[in-house]
Design a binder for this molecule. Structure first.
Ligand code: MN
Length: 129
């Protein structure tokens, strides 16, 4: 079974591109368009990794991160913020919010999947970590 990645992103083009690149890299992808939907999927799926847009309408990425971390079984899931370059100054805030790391937007299609994979557990896909 491939690793499952949950992408929470409100921009359709970004969502499509990120899914496409990760699926091409052999990962299984589930997408959500907003925070509440993303949190629901996270709790139901227990994905191996979550990619999280910070600028989401309504419930923003920080609120989503908090809800994920408070969910049973999701305290340690790798959670990567995908943020616009202008927000890189918020690195401290991102890491303090429980994120494992962050990737800058616009994403680089040539390296995106490789960078995401770095955050995946190296144990057998789907295995306990
Ligand atoms: Mn957004």
């Amino acid at each position: 079974m491939p690793h499952t990645v949950l992408i929470i992103e409100d921009n359709e083009q970004n969502r499509y591109l990120e899914s496409f690149l990760l699926e091409q890299a052999g990962l299984s992808v589930v997408t959500a368009r907003d925070g509440p939907e993303g949190v629901q999927w996270a709790r139901r799926l227990r994905p191996d990794l979550i990619l999280l847009d910070i600028q989401l309408p309504g419930m923003d990425g920080f609120a989503v991160a908090r809800a994920v971390r408070e969910s049973p079984g999701l305290q340690h899931v790798p959670m990567i913020a995908v943020t616009a370059y202008a927000m890189v100054g918020d690195r401290e805030r991102i890491l303090q919010a429980g994120f494992t790391g962050y990737l800058e937007k616009p994403i680089n299609p040539e390296t995106f999947a490789i960078e995401v994979r770095r955050y995946l557990p190296s144990a057998a896909p789907g295995g306990a970590t």
